[in-house]
Design a protein around this ligand. Sequence first.
Ligand code: NAD
Ligand code: MG
Length: 329
Amino acid sequence: MVRVYFDRDANLDIIKDKVIAVIGYGSQGCAQAQNMRDSGLKVIIGLRPKGESWKRAKDDGFDVYTIPEAARIGDIIFMLVPDMVQPAIYREYIEPNLSEGKVLDFAHGFNIHFKQIVPPKNIDVMMVAPKSPGPRLRETYLSGFGVPALIAVYQDYSGKAKDIALAVAKALGCTRAGVIETTFKDETESDLIGEQTVLVGGLIELIKKGFEVLVECGYPPELAYFEACNEAKLIMDLIYQRGVIGMLKAVSDTAKYGGLTVGPKVIDEHVKENMRKAARDVQSGKFAQEWINEHASGEKTLRDLMKEIEEHPLEKVGAFIRRMSGLEK
Ligand code: NAD
Ligand code: MG
């Protein structure tokens, strides 16, 4: 079993006199900055002067600086701009301001692990990766709890990098739930493999193909949508709250028997082999290079794929059902 750290394992004293510079004020930046401020830390924000986030961060009562200014003033620098934007921002604005003993913090290991950012040796490099989108991180903090997080140390110049990471996790509220120590490599690779094979990639294809088969069989798309998509949430909620066995106990015996006998024939060894291939492409760096190239050349493939999904009947009927259910206007 992995070791889990809680509030009692972390001490805010080690960072209470440090200036924390949060670069980026999006999903994570906004939530992390506010949680840390409410935990009593000195937080400033670094942004593009004409960017949309500038006003938002000001309205939220933060001292906002340009990115190089914030990086110069900050002792602990949080890289919370999108992953594909980080390398250029780092080279241009952060690196020139990284004096000895500073701390560089990430919420995802991509750029360090795949060497898109190569920090100098005389600073600490660490990660605190909350396992939720920013708004949920903020919400659970305000409710008096927190979301779990991963921490990792890539470079420990001060000899205190892990204590600093734990203190940050505490200030974010994450040690109230529990924090697991990992490595940049494991966090990055498992995150990418998980989102490709299960969470984003796997789920979309499972739902989409299930929907297509039902429609091919001649059932109305509205029915197909309920069966292949809507109810997936109800099943997932049960698994999330009670585990697979808890879910199985909650559905009918017919669903149990059909699911357990037919499921493995549908998602079969062949699918698992495809997952292994995806995992290998992440581990070898092949996927990372492909995505870096795609970003550098303007993300046309990504735009085309988004458009294709937008036009899929699943999305058309989905919009109708969501309006009907009062989920969308
Ligand atoms: P985001 O897209 O929500 O926020 C980006 C912010 O960065 C913007 O609000 C803006 O202030 C700034 N920004 C965007 N483009 C910029 C540019 N070209 N130049 C300068 N500033 C720019 O990003 P996010 O989802 O908060 O991701 C930040 C980090 O957190 C990433 O490393 C990501 O992997 C990680 N992370 C995200 C989540 C999540 O659920 N969103 C969860 C865990 C970790
Ligand atoms: Mg991910």
